[in-house]
Design a protein around this ligand. Structure first.
Ligand code: AMP
Length: 398
């Protein structure tokens, strides 16, 4: 196949990230990357930098909404000196129960993905908006939906089936799992020696963890939505369902409209909880580490809870895998927060996980376990855009 420029679009609740790759004959070269951050604010950030890190665009425009944000990206793509994209890959967090395979985007597919937007309410609404705009603005280019849920298609039924009445199962309520493109990129980077028993902890603003046997996912902490699993930046993670019933009843006292009360509950569990809720300070690990250094007890508790939860999850996955060969940390916290890695692993010696403090202290170190640690512990950055390009190239060839 000749070399093709492939554009990757990756949208979140307040940002659109994008990158352009030249892809062909097994080679993948990034030509540029960029982002519009701060959607919904007067002081957004719009930047593009080339493969050498040189800033081609560096602006602070007002970005009141997603339409202004995507127009910035589309105008830049139409006017820049780089080749026009021949295909576009859209990071798609969740396609619901019916859209399970990476595939070419059609208007009908967008409608289908949109009908399950409640499963990923922070991501899907902006993603489907961008899909429609991309089809409109680049009508001659094939667009592909690349799913985070795809990597989790190998979960066994015992993991996907939730213990609820079957009428809800029939509505698509099940474990889907998220961060799949990140997990897939870790397995990809470990090839050809993918360990048989692998745990990957994707610790970013959203945090999850997966158990992977022979390269295939067998369990993952997030379930129906990215709210479940590990406590993360501003989300609860798993919690006694009775807590949600309690909060909902309290909300209903002042908000009789059920839909409005449910929305308030959603804000509580997705935006006001997690590290932010416990610390009453920030969802950002850097702020929390600073506060801990200054003696802030709530910040200490929030981070303790984060590390404690992850250590417990690692323990259960070691049981599920019946052993462990490798533990990988990835995501903004996993890659950068030395103290979190040390605190998570500090009580896991009995599972064969022994860190080397010196190696762990070196930013960018690949292996951070001790020489004699039965389990290898590694830090690997995710290559999500590259993975999306790979899927697009494969789908173009089909
Ligand atoms: P992500 O969602 O993967 O971009 O990760 C965001 C999280 O990574 C935030 O909680 C950040 O505080 C954390 N993070 C990023 N850089 C650092 C750093 N140098 N040290 C500690 N935490 C970091």
């Amino acid at each position: 196949m000749p070399s093709l420029p492939v554009l990757v679009l990756n949208s979140g609740s307040s940002s659109i990230k994008f990158s352009l790759y030249e892809a062909g004959n097994g080679e993948r070269t990034r030509l540029f990357e960029g982002a519009v951050d701060g959607i919904g604010t007067d002081l957004g950030k719009f930047w593009i930098k080339d493969a050498n890190g040189k800033k081609l665009v560096d602006q602070t425009p007002a970005v009141p909404g997603r339409s202004v944000a995507f127009k910035l990206v589309a105008d830049a793509l139409h006017s820049c000196d780089f080749p026009a994209p021949a295909a576009i890959g859209h990071r798609t967090v969740c396609g619901g129960p019916t859209v399970r395979e990476n595939q070419r985007i059609t208007p009908a597919l967008i409608d289908e993905i949109e009908s399950y937007q409640d499963l990923a309410p922070l991501h899907t609404p902006i993603a489907v908006y961008i899909m429609r705009e991309a089809l409109r603005l680049f009508p001659s280019i094939p667009n592909f939906a690349i799913l985070d849920t795809y990597f989790h298609r190998t979960l066994p039924e015992v993991a996907t089936h939730l213990p609820i009445p079957s009428e809800y199962v029939a509505m698509g309520v099940r474990r889907y799992g998220y961060h799949g493109i990140s997990y897939e990129s870790i397995v990809y980077q470990l090839q050809p020696d993918v360990p048989g028993k692998l745990i990957v902890a994707h610790l970013g603003n959203g945090a999850s963890i997966s158990a992977i046997r022979n390269g295939l996912c067998i369990d993952t902490s997030m379930a129906l939505t990215p709210t479940g699993g590990i406590i993360s930046g501003s989300r609860t993670g798993d919690i006694d369902p009775g807590v949600l019933i309690f909060i909902l009843k309290k909300l209903a006292e002042t908000t009789p409209d059920a839909a409005e009360a449910a929305e308030k509950l959603e804000t509580v569990v997705n935006k006001k909880s997690g590290l932010l809720g416990v610390s009453e300070l920030s969802n950002d690990m850097r702020d929390l580490r600073e506060a801990i250094a200054a003696g802030n007890a709530k910040a200490r508790l929030a981070v303790d809870k984060f590390c404690w939860t992850i250590a417990r999850w690692i323990g259960s996955y070691v049981a599920e895998l019946n052993g462990l060969d490798m533990l990988v940390f990835t995501g903004g916290i996993g890659e950068n927060d030395i103290a979190s890695r040390a605190e998570i692993c500090s009580g896991l010696g009995a599972l064969g996980i022994v860190l080397d403090a010196k190696r762990n202290n070196v930013r960018g170190a690949a292996v951070i376990s001790a020489e004699n640690s039965p389990v290898t512990v590694r830090v690997i950055p995710p290559l999500e855009d590259l993975m999306i390009v790979d899927h697009v190239v494969r789908l173009l060839g089909e």
